[in-house]
Each structure stands twice: as structure tokens, then as C-alpha cells.
Design a protein. Structure first.
Length: 107
């Protein structure tokens, strides 16, 4: 940072990129379908993402197209694999993500 410049503020952010390698962002408030969201945080791209469906508070959405079987990255780490193709702006959750972190207990 140069003298006189300020660190980017995320105080009014609506979505956050946690790590530069992530292909999903996290909603910091409820977001509407059709909304164009500028993601802030770790090396966030300047181009806004057009949401294809509503995104609930603290839920994830794709920053770019993610192919079926491709690794979904959050925190700079794999959190699972896409169970089907996910378009940029789609909600990313259990309906299209096989979690690598969830514990499945035999019933």
C-alpha cells in the first residue's frame, strides 16, 4: 500500500471472496435473483456477477462456470465437487455440490 492510499473497505460488501483461488463467493446478506453483485475481498475481480437465483445469507454462489465433477474451492481449499454443471451466478449448495467436508454417519 502506498502512502495516502487506503485499504479496500468491505464494510458495505454484499459478497465476499475469502481466497484468491476460490471459484465461489459468500453472500453477506440475502441477495435477489437478477442482482448484479460486485464481490469484494481477497483479490476479487472487478466485474460484477449476475445472480441467476436468490442467494441466502452466508450461502455460496459461483463466480464462474464450474463443470460437473470439477472441484469447488472456498478458503483456497477444495470443499467438494460439482455434481452437475454450475453456471456463474448459480447458488452452490447440497443440490449441486458433493461435500468433501460433510461427515456422513451410517444410519
Amino acid at each position: 500500500m502506498t502512502e495516502g492510499s487506503a485499504a479496500p473497505s468491505i464494510a458495505n460488501a454484499r459478497a465476499l471472496l475469502l481466497h484468491a483461488d476460490d471459484n465461489v463467493a459468500t453472500a453477506l446478506c440475502a441477495l435477489d435473483a437478477g442482482e448484479r453483485v460486485t464481490v469484494q475481498g481477497a483479490d476479487a475481480a472487478a466485474a460484477p456477477v449476475a445472480l441467476r437465483e436468490p442467494i441466502a445469507l452466508c450461502h455460496k454462489f459461483a463466480l464462474r462456470a464450474i463443470a460437473q465433477g470439477e472441484v469447488v474451492v472456498k478458503y483456497g481449499e477444495s470443499i467438494g465437487r460439482a455434481t452437475r454443471a454450475i453456471a456463474a451466478g448459480d447458488h452452490v449448495h447440497t443440490h449441486n455440490l458433493h461435500s468433501a467436508r460433510a461427515l456422513v454417519v451410517p444410519g
